[in-house]
Design a protein around this ligand. Structure first.
Ligand SMILES: O=P(O)(O)OC[C@H]1O[C@](O)(CO)[C@@H](O)[C@@H]1O
Length: 546
């Protein structure tokens, strides 16, 4: 059954939120903390090894109650059960959305068109386990009898970002295999990535759900040609494996049927790292750790399914973000992990969130009259503090930010970890409190500035504060906690799509550019068919003249 299609702005809760917004919009969070000494405790959720503090937001209890009633009025509970039970909620593509089935328990039952898909999922998991074990322990050999030393994942979008992000995030747990990623159709990227590799010991994992993606097929072909400079066609079977739903195209490419890891059309590309798309993860950290990643995600699925909205981490965080997006007109969200291991996390979430909720047509086919998906950006702290934090602290835009930190470091470098975490806490504190005029003047006096200098400098040194943040404190970066963290954001995407009454699981917006690029390739080949605007025509002409 389809998701209900209700315009959120026509609900009673929205109307109440609108008048509540007028009351609270100018209130400083410092005042909210002063009024309620229990606020920090009340606005935090403890779950397994996660502690999520959302008290540094421009909300009070009434805001949250109203946001929860918005979710209830839109029947979020019904949507959640449809999401998990395989209803065709990706309506424009006629598909279920079941990345959660990929991490279901072995005895669970998830039906797609009346068939339980969990046994198939576990068959593929078994294949991933056996294959990755054999590569890691060296029993699987390349064409000259040598064990593999390097793995190259070739894919783009969801077939790259998820495995690449997780492989980096779990680098602490990795084995001896050097795992690289080629995504861009830029030949420089391909050749740079192949540099120094030995074809005798390199394994290529070609990942493409459709196996029609121009970038991936071109890069895989270039990699194959590079391989064939020293090896012969029959050796391809030993060095190339594929992950896809498109078995026919894989065969055309020359990959042996035994080396194919299937996936399903009910898994969206940007949510596919839990499927065989994550093969490179299993190769990099071993199947056991890969399975733990999935266990962590399953635990978050259960939390999301079973917890009342007001204590439900993905629900609460989604609703708070809707509050900023739709009432405060905030346009973006920053994601700031305080661990270098998560340096690809916001790039990964850019696809997850922006490809999902960057939509302007509602589930009735009408143009929405309100804001939908936010712009996602971020880099790890403390690097980001020395780059763009100025704008968050003193710029004109409101940028809600998620701060993700870990109680323990992995390498146990105590001194570093204390410095890192002191910055983590300091930033959210500064964003909350700011720095008032009196304090600025006091500091300038203490520095020996005269009256005139103090007057001139004071306005620049004031921090308004009142900048919202969520703080995630997680015990340790483990495969499980990472799995839970990723699943948390996946569910956040879902809740926001439900509330905004849009279809989160298609991505028609990426098609037009692909079509036009194909036309332009024809121009390059002298088979011009397409008309171009004057600017594009001139640019193409200049390019071709070279
Ligand atoms: O796995 P495929 O089919 O090569 O697609 C790659 C990516 O292309 C997109 O379809 C559009 O960019 C993404 O959604 C997807 O992750």
């Amino acid at each position: 059954m389809a998701l209900k299609a209700i315009n959120p702005t026509k609900t009673k809760a929205w109307e109440k939120l609108s008048s509540h917004f007028e009351e609270i919009k100018d209130v400083h969070m410092v005042e909210l903390f002063r009024k309620n000494p229990e606020r920090a405790k009340e606005m935090a959720i403890e779950w397994n090894d996660f502690y999520v503090d959302y008290s540094k937001n421009r909300i009070n209890k009434e805001t949250l109650d109203l946001l929860v009633s918005l979710a209830e009025e839109l029947d979020l509970q019904d949507a959640i059960s449809k999401y998990f039970s395989g209803d065709t909620i990706n309506e424009t593509e006629g598909r279920a959305v079941l990345h959660t089935a990929l991490r279901a328990g072995k005895d669970d039952e998830v039906l797609v068109d009346g068939v339980n898909v969990v046994p198939e999922v576990y068959q593929v998991r078994e294949k991933i386990s056996q294959f990755s074990d054999s590569v890691i322990n060296g029993s699987r050999k390349g064409y000259t009898g040598k064990a593999f030393t390097h793995v190259v994942n070739i894919g783009i979008g969801g077939s790259d970002l998820g495995p690449a992000m997780v492989t980096e995030a779990l680098a602490y747990y990795k084995n001896h295999l050097d795992v690289r990623f080629i995504s861009n159709v830029d030949g420089d990227h391909v050749m740079e990535s192949l540099k120094g590799l030995d074809p005798e010991t390199t394994l290529f994992v070609v990942v493409s759900k459709t196996f029609t993606t121009q970038e991936t097929l071109s890069n895989a072909t270039t990699a194959k040609n590079w391989f064939l400079k020293t090896a012969s066609e029959k050796d391809v079977a030993k060095h190339f494996v594929a992950v896809s739903t498109n078995l026919e195209k894989i065969a055309d490419f020359g990959i042996h049927a035994d080396n194919v890891f299937p996936m399903w059309d009910w898994v969206g590309g940007r949510f596919s790292l839990w499927s065989a798309v994550g093969l490179s993860i299993a190769l990099s950290v071993g199947y056991e750790n890969y399975a733990k990643l999935l266990d962590g995600a399953r635990a978050m699925d259960q939390h999301f399914k079973e917890t009342p909205f007001e204590r439900n981490i993905p629900v609460v965080l989604s609703l708070i973000n809707i509050w900023y997006n739709n009432f405060f007109d905030a346009e973006s969200e920053a994601i700031i992990p305080y661990t270098q291991y998560l340096h690809r996390f916001s790039a990964y979430l850019q696809q997850g969130i922006m490809e999902s909720n960057g939509k302007s047509i509602d589930r009735n086919g009408q143009r929405v009259g309100y804001q939908t998906g936010t712009i996602i950006w971020g880099e790890p702290g403390t690097n980001s503090q020395h780059a763009f934090f100025q704008l968050i602290h003193q710029g004109t835009k409101l940028i809600p930010a998620d701060f993700i930190g870990f109680t323990e470091s992995l390498h146990g470098e105590e001194d570093h970890h204390k410095k890192l975490m002191s910055n983590f806490f300091a930033q959210t504190e500064a964003l909350l409190n700011g720095k008032v005029e009196d304090v600025v003047i006091g500091e300038l006096k203490a520095q020996g500035k005269n009256e005139e200098q103090i007057k001139a400098l004071t306005p620049f040194k004031i921090f308004e504060g009142n900048k919202p943040t969520n703080t995630f404190m997680i015990d340790r970066l483990t495969p499980q906690s990472l799995g839970a963290l990723i699943a948390l954001y996946e569910h956040k995407i879902f809740v926001q799509g439900v509330v905004w009454n849009i279809f989160s699981y298609d991505q028609w917006g990426v098609e037009l550019g692909k079509q036009l690029a194909n036309n332009i390739l024809k121009d390059f080949a002298g088979e011009t068919t397409a008309e171009h605007d004057p600017s594009t025509a001139l640019l193409i002409k200049r390019f071709m003249e070279h």
